[in-house]
Design a protein. Sequence first.
Length: 369
Amino acid sequence: MQSFIPQRKLLMGPGPSDVSERVLKALSRPTIGHLDPSFIKLMDETKTLLQYVFQTKNELTMPISAPGSAGMEACFVNLIEPGDKVIVCQNGVFGTRMKENVIRSGGELVLVEDPWGEQTKPEKLRAALDANPDTKIVAFVHAETSTGVRNDAQTLCAIAKEYDCLTLVDAVTTLAGIELRVDDWQIDAIYSGTQKCLSCVPGLSPVSFSEAALEKIKSRKTPVQSWFLDLNLILGYWGQGAQRAYHHTAPVNSIYALHESLLMVKEEGLENAWERHQNNHNYLRDELQKIGLNMTIDAAYRLPQLNLVDIPKGCDDAKIRKQLLNEFDVEIGAGLGALAGKVWRIGLMGESSNRQKIDTCIAALKAVL
Ligand SMILES: *Cc1c(COP(=O)(O)O)cnc(C)c1O
């Protein structure tokens, strides 16, 4: 055995996205103690930067020391007490995982289903709330990475609020890629990931909770089923002004990397980052059209950072992706579920949302096809 030195690939799939040299350098700085005063200062800055990218004043905003799926679980296990009625809007893979979280947390599940590749219909949510006025939480995925569909977060949250529900939103692929305003849109619990549009290394999950969500967590009658993800305990470590107490050892170097990637978003400007993702999507769409490839999802609710492309008739999906990876060092994603074998998923997230990289990807696709 010897040191592992990976070949550099162009990451244009559903995540992880390309990580910049700047973030990789931050990751390799000297490890310090996780209770060291200078690390605590870094934690405070990271929190402020996360509040900026989430567009929130929420005090309880921080990265969970585990990937996006753990952020998802943190939101569900902290907010649900056994017997709570929870509506999950499902139109893809990640909505299905939300459903699973509700069941395992002892919640009473109400499912609002829409076909994969289509948006969650706001009127269906309203009908479910009318039929279930005792609903406590409404959960949905903002950017469904499995289908490339953007759900209308602002409208869904506004409806949930008419019925006095807490709102719980998956923003793993959203954050820094498309418009997201946690406070303005009345989102109570939200989780994301570092390896999508933030272009940081995988393994952290930024989360944020409103005052109302915090109140629900603090007034629980039953303890949170997960010790590690119990926010009452994590708060002792990440909480404002708290005497930082040991909960778990923070992934120190990963936080350096997250801080750096957030700083890069701040330097670019959040709204400029959203605009860049849209412009590069338009460019990809036009370039794909020139080589005879079409977008799968309706332009009205298509995600710019995750593009479903119809696989042309007679093409061998797996063989083409393998060739792209092995001969051109370009990674694109496969279709999932009902869309497997029918579409490719081309991610333009963070650092991968870049014209030159799109040109490289298109040239490789053209050559292979
Ligand atoms: C990637 C993703 C997740 C899961 O994140 P992991 O970091 O892989 O655990 C959850 N939701 C959405 C929408 C995603 O795209």
